[in-house]
Design a protein around this ligand. Structure first.
Ligand code: AMP
Ligand code: MG
Length: 412
């Protein structure tokens, strides 16, 4: 089996991935989830034409000849109905959100008026006909969709759902995800520090990456590099919808993850992707639609592979329409050299220059074990496969690792 390009590998994965079902959750718990059905509005909002300003409801015909004085026949507050019709030469004082009375077609804001006497108003400045009126149903129209299936429930969407009395929302489910680290050299977080060991970073990076998507993953701990222990732990992980195993997917003598997964009935679809960092990356599926990702052991590679392959799959399982991170065009702050033949994800800091454009600058050493340069990154400069060198100032595409976007997805 040869190397797949990043796009080919993504397409292959997404072909096997479907939303994992739906559930009803209380409105406040739906934040960050994805709506699984159209929600039809059961009301008009506003319920009738209402004033957008504190002012006077008038007949625009009365204002045509310049400043004029009118009799004030009513005082309409929000939550109260008008008591009088506005006839020629008349006006009604009106508050924001109050219903526009019959006869009136325009609201003059209070700042453009004077009160020369009780129950009299002088219009100093005429607005356009129809001004300052919010039409009935401007926000929500009874019988039409208030929010459509596939919408991520943001605070604004949640408020719309509340307006149409959705005390519970039907949302797409979230996949169960299990995480397994592999390697004889690994030291668990709760073990005492031993300088000769490698601290397990991947379990925690992957846990956090899942959490940022709104998924509480299950940590299976560390499996040592022997087929028997691996088989037991991987089998346990296959009870979840998604199993993320890091390390042991290469071609070394002690890399047993792929053969053991196959012995557990998993069909491996590919295990090599032309990217840096990242390779090797294995993807397989099981009889019960389980997905297994064999991620590289190097912490940065594991995180980059999660971003490029696992996160889009998890987003699709959760019903998201947007599967990939936002990208921006930026100028390179320095030249970049790279071997051609692999797509390169360069950890970078992003800032704006004086003219408002984005500038991308490498966060330093790009070795796949250098987690520090990952921790400091705002995003990845995506260097296409065929590119070997880019000069300073070249326009590049940057994939944004937007912390706020994470928080939004996670509903935090
Ligand atoms: P492997 O893919 O198993 O050959 O591992 C590649 C490199 O990643 C080795 O240097 C491992 O020590 C390191 N590594 C593997 N798993 C982890 C992990 N969970 N946390 C940190 N480093 C790891
Ligand atoms: Mg290993």
């Amino acid at each position: 089996m040869g190397y797949l390009s990043v796009a080919e590998a993504q397409a292959c994965i997404l072909e096997y991935v479907r939303p994992v079902g739906r559930e009803r959750v209380p409105l406040h718990e739906s934040l960050g989830r994805v709506l699984a059905e159209d929600v039809i509005s059961n009301r008009n909002h506003p319920p009738f034409d209402v004033s957008a300003m504190d002012g006077y409801a008038v007949r625009h015909d009365d204002l045509r000849d310049g400043p004029c004085e009118l009799d004030v026949v009513d005082d309409i507050r929000a939550g109260h109905m008008p008591r009088a019709k506005v006839l020629p030469g008349k006006a009604a004082r009106i508050m924001t959100g109050a219903p526009v009375p019959a006869g009136a077609d325009t609201v003059v804001r209070v700042e453009d008026t004077e009160e020369p006497a009780e129950h009299r108003v002088r219009i100093l400045k005429a607005p356009k006909p129809g001004a300052n009126i919010r039409p009935q149903g401007e926000n929500l129209m009874r019988g039409s969709a208030a929010v459509q299936v596939g919408a991520t429930i943001t605070p604004g969407v949640l408020a719309l759902l509340a307006m149409v009395k959705c005390r519970e929302a039907t949302v797409f489910g979230r996949p169960e995800v299990a995480i397994l680290a592999t390697g004889d050299e690994l030291e668990a977080l709760d073990e005492p520090l031993d300088e000769t060991k490698v601290p397990d970073a991947n379990s925690h990076a992957l846990y956090a990456q899942c959490k940022a998507l709104g998924i509480e993953a299950r940590l299976l701990g560390i499996a040592r590099d022997n087929p028997i222990e691996l088989k037991a732990k991987l089998a346990e992980g296959l009870n979840s919808d998604v199993l993320l195993a890091s390390g042991g997917v290469s071609v070394g003598h002690h890399d047993f993850v792929r053969p053991v997964l196959e012995s557990l009935g998993i069909t491996m679809h590919f295990w090599r992707v032309a990217m840096r960092p990242g390779h090797p990356l294995a993807f397989g599926t099981g009889q019960e639609r389980q997905c297994v990702f064999g991620l590289p052991g190097n912490p940065v590679s594991s995180m980059v592979c999660f971003e490029q392959f696992v996160a889009p799959a998890l987003r699709r399982m959760m019903g998201h329409r947007r599967l990939f991170r936002q990208t921006v065009e930026a100028r390179l702050a320095h030249p970049l050299r790279d071997r051609a033949g692999r797509m390169h994800f360069v950890r970078a800091r992003i800032h704006r220059n004086a003219s408002g454009g984005f500038v991308a600058e490498s966060t330093g050493a790009q070795g796949s074990g250098v987690l520090r340069s990952m921790a400091e990154a705002d995003g990845f400069i995506v260097v296409p496969e065929e590119v070997e060198a880019l000069p300073e100032g070249a326009t590049v595409t940057v994939q944004l690792l937007d912390e706020m976007a994470w928080a939004k997805e996670a509903g935090i």
